[in-house]
Write a protein that binds this ligand. Structure first.
Ligand code: SAH
Length: 288
């Protein structure tokens, strides 16, 4: 009676022999272990596959970031060298002696003011096409005109013909306030945006006929006109301060002109002829 429950157990669960019982038990255990290891191995494979994928992706990402970055770095380096060469050969090598002007010409990135396709020639010794059939002057002419203005840090300068905004950026590095008038709407908008984007917050661009100057902000310490007319617009000399300077290409608008420097001395205009130049014509009022 005492063992009857055991006997029942053996009767219910005992298979043919004790040894068969053990084998079944170990077989079950083995199968369980096999399943577990498959799961673990399966996970490991998946984890490894993910790890591999992440590694490959990271490598691609690294290449995607570093290759263009290295390329950009090399490009920046080439442009910097070209800019330095321009300052040395085309400016210092000629008659640009003003240290501030030389330093600014070595600093302002002319290539950012021209089309991508022209960036590699941005520091060459010639004018370049910008949009709307207009041109950005040869770096030497930009430096020469700027040098003749004899600028001081507190000066307020008026530019006529903003174009790409490059000359305005050069001026903005040297003086407190630059006011620039551009007759072409598209160019006025584009250059204004570009100058703001590059951090030149001391330049104000307006679309209008520069023949009339910008009376609201006059008088100006200096005026620079980067388009040619047959005569100097009277509103511009009127808006020039006593002792102020104005530089402008004057002469035939389809051939060569004379770079002319005006200094206002006791209300009188002193005229100097600097050199022969070729600029795009001033349109609008100047043509009448
Ligand atoms: N200084 C510019 C280049 C000027 S090209 C630069 O650094 O890029 C000459 C510019 O004068 C052109 O953009 C042209 O549209 C503009 N222009 C012509 N007649 C004008 C006028 N009456 N008033 C203002 N801008 C004028």
């Amino acid at each position: 009676m005492g063992f009857s429950h055991l006997e029942k157990y053996e009767k219910d669960f005992k298979p043919v022999s004790k040894s068969t019982n053990h084998r079944a038990f170990y077989n079950g255990l083995y199968e369980d272990m096999l399943m577990m290891s498959t799961t673990i191995t399966g996970n490991t494979v998946v984890t490894r596959r993910y790890a591999l994928r992440i590694k490959t992706l990271s490598l691609y990402f690294l290449l995607m970031v570093t290759v263009p970055a290295l390329h950009l770095h090399a490009e920046q380096d080439t442009l910097k060298k070209a800019r330095e060469r321009m300052v040395k050969n085309d400016l210092k090598g000629r008659d640009i002696t003003d240290k501030k002007v030389l330093s600014v010409m070595g600093k302002v990135k002319r290539h950012l003011f021209v089309d991508k396709g022209l960036q590699n020639v941005a520091y060459n010794d010639y004018p370049l096409s910008i949009e709307e059939g207009q041109t950005i002057s040869q770096p030497y002419i930009v430096a020469l005109m700027t040098q003749h203005l004899n600028l001081k840090p507190n000066d307020k300068v008026l530019e006529i013909g903003t174009g790409s905004g490059y000359q305005a950026a050069v001026l903005a590095e040297l003086v407190d306030q630059v006011y620039s008038v551009e007759i072409n709407k598209k160019l006025a908008e584009k250059s204004s945006l570009k100058l703001r984007e590059l951090g030149y917050h001391n330049v104000n661009v307006k679309q209008g006929d520069g023949y009339l100057g910008w009376p609201e902000y006059s008088p100006f310490d200096a005026v620079i006109v980067t388009c040619a007319a047959k005569h100097i617009p009277p509103p511009l000399t009127k808006q020039l301060k006593e002792g102020g300077r104005l530089i402008m290409p004057v002469g035939s608008t389809f051939l060569y002109q004379t770079l002319t420097l005006i200094t206002k001395v006791k209300g009188e205009l002193k005229v100097e002829h600097i050199s022969g130049v070729r600029f795009v014509p001033m349109v609008g009022e100047a043509e009448k």
